[in-house]
Design a protein around this ligand. Sequence first.
Ligand code: DNO
Length: 357
Amino acid sequence: MQMTLRWYGSKFDTVTLKQIRQIPGVTGVISTLYDSAPGEVWSLEDILSLKKEIEDAGLQLAGIESVNIHDAIKTGAPERDMYIDNYITTLENLGKADIHMVCYNFMPVFDWTRTELARVRPDGSTVLAYTQEAVDKLNPEDMFASISADTNGSIMPGWEPERMEKIKDLFAMYENIDDEKLFANLKYFLERIMPTCDKYDINMAIHPDDPAWSVFGLPRIIINKENILRMMKMVDNPHNGVTFCSGSYGTNLNNDLPDMIRSLKGRIHFAHVRNLKFNSPTDFEESAHLSSDGTFDMYEIMLALYDIGFEGPIRPDHGRMIWDEVAMPGYGLYDRALGATYLNGLWEAIVKSHSRK
Ligand code: DNO
C-alpha cells in the first residue's frame, strides 16, 4: 500500500504540501481539479500542472478524488451520452498524465451527509457526527443553509454552493429513479468507460454512499456487500473497482468490514480507513483512528487489506479538530497525520509478523 493524504489544492486547503511531506511515511497525495464542475472536460494541461506542483513538493499525485459524475449520467437523462463522452476525454487525459486511479461516487444529489460538524467530545476535540433523528427533522435546503453557516464559508466536498442552489431541480430529476434504475444507469456508464480504462490502465474506484442507507428518500445503492458484489459482477472488469471506505460502509453496523474487504480481493483500488464511535445505531461520531477510541477494530481492517494483497493508495480519513487547529471540518493536518502514523504502525507490525512465520 501507499500512504497518502487528501489535499484540497493550494487555493482551498489550509494544509500545505510541505506539511504533508513531513508526515513520516506519507509519499503521495490524492487531489482533484477543485475549480472544475461535474461534466466538464479536464484539460491535459491543467492535470499536468496539478501533478507538477505536487511533484515539486516531493510527493506523488497517487490518484484523483474525485472526478464527479454529472447528474444526467446518474439519472439516465438524454444528455448523458454527451457527459459520458466528456468523462472519457477526462480519463484519456488522466491516462496520458500517467494517473491510474480515479475515485468517484454515484450518490444522488448529496455526497456524504453529516448533521453536526463540530460535536465536542470528552477530550475537548470536535468531530463530525450524524444522527438519523436530526436528518428526519430536516428538509434538505435547511440542512444546506446550516452546513454552510457552520463551515465559515469553506467548501465541504459534494456540498458546493452551485449544486445546492439547484437543489429543488436536482430532487425533481430523481423523482422516478429507484435503486434498480440507478444500478442500470451505473452499468451503462461503466460499460461505456471501460474500454478507455483498459487502454490507459485506469482503476475506477467507486466510493460508498455515506451514510449507507437512503437519506431524504433518495435511492442509494453502494451500501453493503450484496450490492457492491452485484456491481462488480454486472461489469466484470478489474478496472471496475472500489474505494473501500471503512467509515462509510461502517455506518451500517450490519456490514462486517473485514469480511467485505476479503470478498473484494483484486477490486479494491483505494482505501479510506477511519473509525467511528456509535452511541446508538443511528447516532455516530467520527472518533480518532485508534481502535480503542471507536467501534471498529482497525487492526482487523488493516489485516484484511494485507491478506488480499492490497497495493493501492490508502489514506487516513476525516480527522478530529485538535490542538486548536482551524481547518475544513474533517480535513485538518494534525489528527489525519496521527491517523496516517497509526495506520503505518499497524501495517509495519502486520508485515513483520507475517514475514517471521
Ligand atoms: C468525504 C469523502 C467523499 C468522497 C466522494 C467520492 O470526505 O470521502 O466526499 O470524496 O464521495 O466521490
